[in-house]
Design a protein around this ligand. Structure first.
Ligand code: ATP
Length: 235
């Protein structure tokens, strides 16, 4: 397994937001974690990325423990995280936001090597290199946030609700890009409320409810699960 989360619990002011969550992601997979608002999806990703400190449990990446490491050290190991609020630098240009993504590799002669891949995925970004990030549309900002994460040369890319606040036409583009990124060898852990779309590109999925995992399985099995269909697919 590339990522293994074992019995992870994280609390805010004593209140558990995730409880004993265990999941695994194999190399080359797209795995989706679904759940309603407040289920703990973002807390799970932040706890893996080193932005929240778990109260108990373990996170292993490529066989080595990473829980307890600071976020930048986890990024350096090959785990990239695109938060829900994207955290772009709105006054900086698209080009500078992308450059900041390659900061870890600042001394590498091929620092900007992943740029070609980012432009192939998102040609719009190439057209807008000089534009301030804050003036991009919601969809373009999501593309930039994903592009910046790819500049860190991740082996695992974690995306927190990439479809949120984006017009429907671009949602398809983002999901297609996620598949294309996986096809270049990057493993994907995706958190989404849009379960139908995300299951259509995922290999496997987990369902989180009030901090606990209640279901898991192959994407096709989850799509057919009566509980999932009722609660998340509106069927
Ligand atoms: P959404 O889809 O709305 O983003 P989510 O599934 O990502 O929801 P989380 O953001 O992980 O859920 O929140 C899980 C729980 O933890 C919620 O009850 C939330 O109010 C609480 N929580 C999240 N962040 C904090 C924080 N910084 N301080 C206190 N409580 C928090």
């Amino acid at each position: 397994m590339l990522l293994e989360v074992r019995s992870l619990s994280t609390a805010y002011q004593g209140l558990l937001a995730i409880q004993e969550v265990s999941l695994a992601v194999a190399p080359g997979e797209i795995v989706v974690v679904a759940g309603a608002n407040g289920a703990g999806k973002s807390t799970l990703l932040k706890s893996i990325a080193g932005l929240e400190r778990p109260r108990s449990g373990e996170v292993a990446f490529d066989g080595a423990r990473i829980d307890g490491l600071p976020g930048h050290a986890i990024t350096a190991r090959g785990v990239a995280y695109v938060p829900e609020n994207k955290r772009l630098f709105p006054r900086l240009s698209v080009a500078d936001n992308l450059r900041l993504g390659s900061y870890l590799h600042r001394r590498a002669p091929d620092r900007e090597a992943p740029l070609a891949r980012v432009f192939a995925l998102f040609p719009r970004l190439k057209e807008r290199l000089g534009q301030r990030a804050g003036t991009l549309s919601g969809g373009e900002q999501q593309m930039l946030a994903i592009g910046r994460a790819l500049m860190t040369r991740p082996r695992l890319l974690m995306l927190d609700e990439p479809s949120q606040g984006i017009m429907p036409k671009l949602v398809d583009e983002i999901f297609a890009a996620v598949t294309a990124i996986r096809d270049t060898g990057v493993t994907i852990l995706l958190v989404e409320q849009r379960l139908a779309e995300s299951l259509s590109i995922a290999d496997r999925g987990y369902v989180l409810q009030t901090g606990r995992l209640i279901l898991s399985g192959p994407a096709a099995a989850l799509r057919d699960d009566p509980q999932v269909r009722r609660a998340y697919l509106g069927i």
